[in-house]
Design a protein around this ligand. Structure first.
Ligand SMILES: [Zn+2]
Length: 158
């Protein structure tokens, strides 16, 4: 009986600890290809980059939240978006826990790649030339990796 109780307690603790861990979404290449548009697939799953000034969120400043286009995880708040002049949506911070960082050594450069922490989709890169008055970071993100939802106004009857 005592042994059984120990097991129950261990199980409860393990469950509580898991609440804070990100639940990963894993799909096959074929499944992603079916779900995403060709452009989204190229960027999110093949680590592509959209042309500068081509993305729909480059000059987009409505209040709201930007989500992963593959798995709908909230990634960036509009409050952290700024105009970097680079031609890609730029943020100076991310929503806690929802982005992971990898070392990218492609093209003879060492860059920090940013990926969605839930589906591992490629989002863009992180640079250190962001606004000095906030974080100094620039999250350079492909519009095609994102979807946007405007902030819901509280107490409206829409
Ligand atoms: Zn994702």
């Amino acid at each position: 009986m005592k042994h059984f109780l120990h097991l129950v307690i261990l199980f409860v603790f393990a469950t509580i600890n898991n609440i804070h861990a990100q639940e990963k979404i894993v799909k096959t290449d074929a499944e992603w290809k079916q779900q995403l548009t060709a452009k989204q697939y190229h960027i999110l799953r093949q680590k592509g980059t959209e042309y500068a000034f081509s993305g729909e969120y480059n000059k987009h400043y409505k209040p709201g939240t930007y989500y992963c286009a593959a798995c709908n995880t909230p990634l960036f708040s509009s409050q952290t978006k700024f105009d970097s002049g680079t031609g890609w949506p730029s943020f100076d911070n991310h929503i806690a826990n929802n982005i992971d960082f990898l070392v990218d050594k492609k093209y003879g450069m060492i860059r920090t790649e940013i990926i969605c922490n839930v589906c591992n989709g490629h989002l863009g890169h992180l640079f250190k030339d962001g606004p000095k008055k906030t974080t100094g970071k620039r999250y350079c993100v492909n519009s095609a990796a994102l979807t946007f939802k405007k902030t819901e106004q509280p107490n409206t009857n829409q």
